[in-house]
Design a binder for this molecule. Structure first.
Ligand code: UD1
Ligand code: CA
Length: 457
């Protein structure tokens, strides 16, 4: 069996009131459509067709890196049936077509597999859901024997039909040949003047085929997004699920409702996560890691036993074991901290290696540097790595001691065991095991008088 997934993503999404096309609105940091494509890929289909229209350039550009997608332009949005028809010319009759919606991002691959399996015994398989409030959805109409007869859209439904709570999610599977035949018979003679995909259900039943309505019991899987309020609700529901997965993996979350995951998080045992933490990209936390309140961690690995205090930002960095970071530290891309390093408040580190047990505890900037082991960098130290055109490196040997308020003007090397006197501007290499300092001599002017206000006239 060949599977072709057709994702409908041509609609405008007017109610989003946004320049960004609806299917590019982010859920957990990724476009809605990217979630749908990801779930489609889990089924290993022969092809994924994306029917696009509104915001065509932006939508295609956002997925330029996924070069196996088949883009089907629907220049005018004449309805869901018309949308599916745009993809059919490229699909063989005997192939199975699974229709997904670009704005329904969280359907589980297992649910979709059930739908596809149902086609072995039925002409059409439809994912349905029972909703306490079915407003806006197509209702499932059944005959006296309980067989699905057709779908009626909200706008075409009679008051009695509107009382039906079993609704169409829009997601369905059928053979391409059947869809081709049914869609050629669908007209736009309805309240919205659109070619409804849902009319295929009535046509299938009229031909004597059976329609399998598979109920989805997890509403989150079939929730669509039409406005910002629905987007926010889906985001919270999804985040709650991700937080529970993290707790299942053993993490302690002080408040699962105050955590955001936009990517993946792997945790060792006994990880503790305080409130209001944001994880982005791929984050790996070793055993016993503590992440303090308000931290942002993006694409980073933190090894066992490290403690990150409140309000740190760590981006594309590798943090060794048993480190102490923060509060209020910023660790930028291409930084590696070895074990037992300390990085304190208002310290920024960029593209640097910090050796075992080294300490940078207060108000410093270290960039483009290699810092050895057991180095102590005093408060207010700055590597002057940028001359306005190029970046230069600073190298600091093991056991060096950098006095407070030092500027290290790169390129410069501080030898192992060297001491730099506080307040120095170091422009040339500082030798090993010696004290180097650059300071204006301190002088005191005896008998000097501070001007007083009476003097001025
Ligand atoms: C559709 C279903 C309805 C179902 C509901 C579930 C039809 C006629 N109705 O209604 O039974 O309960 O979804 O959410 O199918 N699209 C295109 N091109 C078009 C029209 C739509 O690509 O010409 C895309 C939209 O971008 C969207 C999806 O298809 O992703 C659904 O379209 P929408 O207009 O939202 O359908 P509903 O009225 O919600
Ligand atoms: Ca819709």
């Amino acid at each position: 069996m060949n599977l072709a997934v057709v994702i409908l993503a041509a609609g405008q999404g007017t109610r989003m009131r946004s320049r960004l096309p609806k299917v590019l609105q982010p859920l957990a940091g990724r476009p809605l459509l990217d979630h749908v494509i990801g779930r489609a890929r889990a089924l290993e289909p022969a092809a994924i067709h994306v029917v696009y229209g509104h915001g065509a350039d932006a939508v295609q550009a956002a997925f330029a890196h996924q070069d196996d997608l088949l883009w089907e332009l629907q220049a005018e949005q004449l309805g869901t049936g018309h949308a599916v028809a745009q993809a059919l010319p490229g699909i063989r009759d005997e192939d199975v077509v699974l229709v997904l919606y670009g704005d329904v991002p969280l359907t589980a691959p297992a649910t979709l597999e059930r739908l596809i399996h149902a086609l072995e015994a039925h002409a059409l398989a439809l994912l349905t859901v029972n909703l306490a409030d079915p407003t806006g959805y197509g209702r499932i109409l059944r005959d006296d024997a309980g067989a699905v007869e057709r779908i009626v859209e909200e706008k075409d439904a009679s008051p009695i039909e509107r009382r039906i709570h079993e609704v169409n999610t829009g997601i369905l599977a059928a053979h391409a040949g059947d869809l081709r035949r049914w869609l050629s018979a669908v007209d736009a003679d309805n309240a919205q003047g659109e070619y409804y995909l849902t009319d295929c259900v009535g046509l299938a039943a009229a031909e004597g085929g059976t329609v399998q309505a598979l109920a989805c019991h997890h509403p989150i899987e079939v929730m669509g997004v039409n406005d910002k309020a629905q987007l926010a609700r889906l985001e919270r529901d999804w985040q709650r699920q991700l937080a529970h997965e993290l707790m299942d993996a053993g993490a302690t979350l002080i408040d699962p409702a105050r955590l955001d995951i936009r990517g993946s998080v792997e945790v060792g045992r006994d990880v503790l996560i305080e409130p209001n933490v944001l994880f982005e990209g791929r984050v790996v936390l070793g055993e016993g890691v503590v992440v303090g309140p308000g931290c942002v961690l993006r694409d980073c690995t933190v090894e066992d036993g490290t403690r990150i205090d409140a309000h740190c930002v760590i981006d594309q960095a590798h943090i060794g074991p048993e480190c102490r970071i923060g509060p209020f530290a910023r660790i930028r891309p291409e930084t590696r901290l070895a074990g037992h390093a300390h990085v304190g408040n208002f310290v920024e580190i960029k593209k640097s290696e910090i050796g075992e047990g080294s300490k940078i505890n207060h108000l410093s900037y270290v960039g483009d540097s290699r810092v050895g082991a057991r180095v102590n960098i005093g408060a207010g130290t700055i590597t002057c790595n940028y001359d306005g055109a190029r970046k230069h490196r600073t190298v600091i040997g093991d056991d060096a001691f950098i006095g407070s308020d030092t500027q290290l003007v790169a390129p410069v090397t501080v030898g192992r065991g060297a001491t730099i006197g506080a307040g120095s501007t170091i422009t040339r290499d500082a030798p090993e095991d010696a004290l180097t300092l650059s300071r204006a001599k301190q002088l005191t002017l005896k008998g000097w008088q501070r001007p007083s206000k009476q003097d001025k006239d």
